[in-house]
Design a protein. Structure first.
Length: 262
C-alpha cells in the first residue's frame, strides 16, 4: 500500500463509532455506481465488529479509511467478504487491495474449510479477487441460503436477479474453493517431486509444467476482454428486464454466449 500512514487491521468493539460513517458511504457509493449493494444498518456493522468478523482501515490520526466484513452462510460452508468500501479521499492508493487481503486472511483463519465467494460489478475488485485465488463461477455454485439472497432486495438490480430466477445478474460471482486449491498444491508438489527423479529431459520438462487451474476460466490476464464482456452482459440483462422477461430464441442464444465465456 502506498500510504504508510494507513493501518489495516481487524476491527474491534472500540471502532463502533465509525459505523454510521461506513454505512452512509456504502449507500452513497452504491448510488453513484448505479448498481447497488445489500444495504446494512450501523447496528449490523457494529455487530460484525463485536464478533471480530470485520476489517477496518484507519490513518494513524484515527481518520476512517475503509472497511469490509465477513458473513457466513449455509451452516458455515460458504463465507462472503461483503461491504468493501473505501473513503473517496483515499481511493487509488491500494487501500482496497490491502483490506481484501486482510479480510481474506481473517476468513481463512475463522472458516478454514469454507468456500469464500463474492458478487461484484467492480473490475478492480474482480482483479484483486483473482490475485487471491478466486475464480469466476455461475450463480449455481454459490450458497443456496435464502438469507443471503434476501440481502439483495435493497439492490437496484433486484428485479433483474429475480427475472433470471437467481441464475444471473449484473454482478459477477467469484469463488475461492479451499479443497480445489489444496488439490492444485498437491499436484504441483507431485510434479516437482517427479522432476527430481532421473528421467529423460523431455519428461522432466513436462513434469515441472504449471498445473492448469481446475476450472480453466482463463480469467487472469484477460481483464480488458472481461470488461467488454461485462458491458455486453449489462446491456443484455437490462434490455431483457425492460421487456419484462420477453425474449425468444434470439435472447436465449445471447444468454448462452454470456455463460459460455466462463
Amino acid at each position: 500500500m502506498e500510504n504508510k500512514d494507513i493501518i489495516v487491521r481487524a476491527a474491534t468493539a472500540d471502532d463502533k463509532h465509525y459505523a454510521t460513517t461506513i454505512t452512509d458511504e456504502m449507500e452513497a457509493s452504491a448510488k453513484a455506481r448505479g448498481t447497488g449493494i445489500a444495504k446494512r444498518s450501523p447496528e449490523y456493522v457494529q455487530l460484525k465488529m463485536d464478533e471480530g468478523k470485520a476489517v477496518i482501515a484507519l490513518t494513524t490520526s484515527g481518520e476512517w479509511v475503509g472497511f469490509c466484513y465477513i458473513e457466513a452462510w449455509g451452516h458455515d460452508k460458504f463465507v462472503a467478504n461483503s461491504g468493501l468500501i473505501v473513503n473517496p479521499a483515499f481511493r487509488g492508493h491500494g487501500v482496497a487491495k490491502a483490506i481484501k487481503e486482510k479480510i481474506f486472511e481473517l476468513s481463512r483463519t475463522k472458516y478454514p474449510d469454507a468456500k469464500i465467494f463474492g458478487l461484484t460489478t467492480g473490475l478492480a475488485v474482480m482483479k484483486i479477487n483473482s490475485d487471491l485465488g478466486y475464480e469466476p463461477v455461475t450463480y449455481s455454485e454459490l450458497t443456496d441460503d435464502e438469507e443471503f439472497w434476501k440481502g439483495c432486495r435493497s439492490c437496484v438490480n433486484y428485479d433483474v436477479l429475480m427475472s433470471k430466477n437467481r441464475k444471473n445478474c449484473l454482478c459477477t460471482a467469484m469463488l475461492y474453493d479451499p479443497v480445489e486449491k489444496a488439490k492444485e498444491i498437491e499436484e504441483r508438489a507431485a510434479k516437482l517431486l517427479a522432476a527430481k527423479q532421473p528421467q529423460p529431459a523431455a519428461a522432466a520438462a513436462a513434469a515441472v509444467a504449471v498445473v492448469p487451474a481446475t476450472r480453466k476460466r482463463k480469467f487472469k490476464g484477460n481483464f480488458s476482454l472481461f470488461e467488454r464482456w461485462m458491458r455486453y452482459k449489462k446491456y443484455i440483462l437490462l434490455k431483457a428486464a425492460r421487456k419484462s422477461g420477453s425474449g425468444g430464441a434470439g435472447a436465449s442464444r445471447k444468454r448462452f454466449f454470456l455463460f459460455s465465456w466462463l
